[in-house]
Write a protein that binds this ligand. Sequence first.
Ligand code: SAH
Ligand code: SF4
Ligand code: F3S
Length: 483
Amino acid sequence: MPVSVSGPAGAGAEGKGLSKKLFIKTWGCQMNVYDSARMADVLAPLGYRPVEEPDGADMVILNTCHIREKASEKVFSELGRLRTLKDRKGSSGDRMILAVAGCVAQAEGEEIVARAPYVDLVFGPQSYHTLPEMVARAARAAGSLLNTDFPVESKFDHLPDDTGAQQGISAFLAVQEGCDKFCTFCVVPYTRGAEFSRPVAQVVAEAERLVAGGALEITLLGQNVNAFHGEGPDGRSWGLGRLIRRLAEIDGLARIRYTTSHPRDMEDELIRAHAEVPQLMPYLHLPVQAGSDRVLAAMNRKHTADDYRRIIDRLRDICPDLALSGDFIVGFPGETDTDFAETLRLVNDVRYAQAYSFKYSPRPGTPAATEARPVPEEVKTQRLTALQQLLDAHQFAFNQGFIGRTVPVLFDRKGRRDGQLMGRSPWMQSVFAEAPERLLGRIVPVRIAAAYGNSLSGSVETGEFVLSPPRGAAAGEPVEALA
Ligand code: SAH
Ligand code: SF4
Ligand code: F3S
């Protein structure tokens, strides 16, 4: 889903009396959402203020995703539309700087420049800290500027550290980036580059700023977040479990999550953290992709289905209420009906609380793209339907198990109907309830009355205690006093 980024950049920019309109459209994973927010941060000192519409904007950035064919195609159709807006602005004597960022820019930068020469800037995920320089060069020069090198320095060392702190109640924090795993279907190692972990002190400082800016929940991000091995304050390499324990010491940080993890990096310390760190939410996104060992080997996943089952067993032993999520690919080249049946068997064994499933999409430059024995489109469709039916049934059953229970919900936005608030349970379910707006940004007990495919609804338990009072207020205020 495209997300337009609006953020705090405006306030500072307006203060300088030099307001320029910045529109960012984001596709892809949460890392891209995080990156878009940081691009807005980097551009704020230049006077750019995020707006909700591209029409009339001084700068438009498309932050793109290359993961599947459909995701990439969207860029070119969007560029066609933006060209008209850019021309219109140009004919009134102004200029719109048009930029393509993200994973399509990294993978297909030259093609973008060739097919859409009216694009001013094309840059990959590792160089957006140089945006001020790129914008200055674009303003001076005609033609497209292409910047898809992987710089030696880390962008994180060059991003402004006084911004990004106002992400709101639920914030993202990138701790790890890139991938060295090279699954044969996947573009990420090529678009994001090699695995890199930020130093612990940098992560802790950013988390403290987020919490000071109002975050109650932080989701740690990485393409393989549990491959995190950042340098600790003791000079040693810290794993994700240790990092989570350190972050849990931050006063006011009520919830910690992380995504996306790889089964091969589920280390003991991280598994133990699920039992021992109360702030670590009982939800884990642990993609497996397929249930057949033959397919897993062809995918270069370097684990078997039983290895995965064993990890799940260990996690559930230690944290019985853990909600599991996963990713699946159907129709990988050479996948037979028997292989696919193994995927269904694994799904039945694990019983996911929710999951994402995709048809295999051959990606240029990846080893699997040249494989013979493609699975016919209609077979992919049938398998996807069968898998999604099973996953949906499990999700629904999981949600139904909550009827009658009271769960802590972090209300982070208004609901669709007047008087409703929406939030998340610890298990990542969306929960909506009638609630006064003043409960936004609080963790509130909600008694669940109904369960749907993708959400729960219920009513705020009055008389119970608000679990996270607003900063500065007395802890343990009963809900009715707030309502
Ligand atoms: N780092 C994560 C996943 C990153 S990509 C991991 O290792 O699991 C997100 C998901 O997109 C993947 O888990 C996979 O299910 C899906 N995906 C990636 N490449 C794909 C392709 N070529 N075709 C279809 N789905 C793909
Ligand atoms: Fe892609 Fe595999 Fe790396 Fe995940 S682990 S990002 S699926 S190559
Ligand atoms: Fe897409 Fe790049 Fe994320 S390809 S899924 S935006 S890492």
